[in-house]
Structures are given as structure tokens and as C-alpha cells.
Design a protein around this ligand. Sequence first.
Ligand code: ZN
Length: 138
Amino acid sequence: MKSFRKELWFKTQSRRQLINITPEINKCLSESVITEGICLINAMHITASVFINDDESGLHNDFEKWLEKLAPEKPYSQYQHNRFEDNADAHLKRTVMGREVVVAVTEGKLDFGPWEQIFYGEFDGMRRKRVLVKIIGE
Ligand code: ZN
């Protein structure tokens, strides 16, 4: 069995941002030379997510509005966690959007369903943060 590991780094320009990382994951898959197996992609921070969905700007705005309804960023004082920080909302948003995804690798390609794309969801950005890519197989 072959194994491949890589960290991808991100620093967003705003506190919250969704980034389509499918091209980077495809590059990792090429580098790995694995054609049959499993690809795990996870955020390495507890205020960021990796998830799969549609690359459609209206939907991305809907995610932003929906998450702000569920866990509004402000007022910061509404959260107990914010006694020492200001990112309680980001922890909650991350939990809703998920930590990781696993994608099957078949015949050298990510074995997606229709319109599936992989996203990095940043909820407390403007600093360097990582995503782990681990691919195993043969
Ligand atoms: Zn925190």
C-alpha cells in the first residue's frame, strides 16, 4: 500500500471565506501516483472546515447568511468562550460545516457525484492555517 501526506496552507483576506480547493487536491492525487484508494482532507484548526458542495455563488451567500443566523459573529459578549477570545461563532460554524471529507479514488481520479467540489471553509481567518491531505491506496 502507498501513502501520501501533504499540508496545504491558507491565509484568507477576510474573517470568513469559502475556497474551492478541488484543483489543489487533484494536484496532490497526481503527486501521490495512487490510482485506487481513499483521499482524506481535513482542516487542522477548530475554526475552519472542509466540506463538499456545489461551487455556486448564490449557495455560498446562502451558507454565509444561514451560518450567521445560527451563530452570529456579534455581539461577541453573547458567548462564554469569548471571555478570552472573539471566535466562539467560528468554532460553532466549523462544527456545523464539518471537519473533514473522504473521497474515493478510482482509476486515478476523485470519484465525485454530480457537481461535487471540495471547499475550505474559513470562519476565523486572516492568519495562516492548514489543511491535511492524506491519500492511501495503490
Ligand atoms: Zn476560540
